[in-house]
Design a protein around this ligand. Structure first.
Ligand SMILES: NC(=O)C1=CN([C@@H]2O[C@H](COP(=O)(O)OP(=O)(O)OC[C@H]3O[C@@H](n4cnc5c(N)ncnc54)[C@H](OP(=O)(O)O)[C@@H]3O)[C@@H](O)[C@H]2O)C=CC1
Ligand SMILES: O=C1OC[C@@H](O)[C@H](O)[C@H]1O
Length: 154
């Protein structure tokens, strides 16, 4: 079982509001301060996509295990860097993407692998969101933060 020990924001007042709302004992006004907290074993990384690798690597170097929001990171070089640091530090790095563990996904994969229904010739995906649910300032529109529909649904 895990206990949430602290929450961090780039703005202390935001962290304090979150801590109060969710009954979290400690609030930090920088991410670095949280990494310095010896009481913390693992960090949940929920910053924008383009910052996942940076904070996963800093967290592991600070001795923490990391649960990294999907998508794991922005590109293959970052993915390699994350797993190199995980190996060097002996820390666990896991992407918070439930499909790889979902029984339904395994059943679908077993059908595909079995060839029972023939070969997969094409797949297609479309991202649709309710009108105004993703304002223009949302991180998902920001290329420099590794936004975009493909990244969002990866
Ligand atoms: N698994 C799932 O089902 C879901 C996963 N996600 C993933 O979670 C991550 C965050 O998504 P979401 O919570 O919707 O995003 P938000 O924009 O709501 O939150 C991201 C937070 O990151 C912090 N942050 C740090 N640096 C920056 C920066 N340069 N610009 C903007 N924000 C920054 C901010 O917190 P602060 O200012 O307090 O420091 C901000 O509140 C994404 O990787 C997304 O793909 C999102 C939704 C569902
Ligand atoms: O589950 C999700 O649905 C909406 C998306 O924008 C989000 O990032 C994703 O994780």
């Amino acid at each position: 079982m895990a206990t949430i020990v602290a929450i961090a924001s780039r703005e202390l007042s935001k962290a304090q509001d979150g801590a109060k709302k969710f009954g979290i004992p400690k609030a930090y006004g920088t991410y670095e301060e949280m990494l310095d907290d010896p009481e913390i074993d693992a960090i949940y990384i929920s910053v924008p996509n383009g910052l996942h690798a940076e904070w996963a690597i800093k967290s592991m170097k600070a001795g923490k295990r990391v649960l990294i929001e999907k998508p794991l990171c922005a590109n293959v070089d970052e993915a390699k860097a994350i797993f190199e640091v995980a190996q060097q530090t002996g820390r666990v790095a896991l992407e918070a993407f439930h499909w790889q563990f979902h029984p339904a996904a395994h059943v679908v994969k077993s059908y595909v692998d079995s060839g029972k229904y023939g070969k997969v010739l094409k797949t297609s995906a479309r991202m649709v969101t309710p009108k105004n649910s993703m304002p223009s300032w949302d991180i998902r529109w920001k290329y420099d933060l590794a936004g975009g529909a493909t990244m969002d649904e990866t």
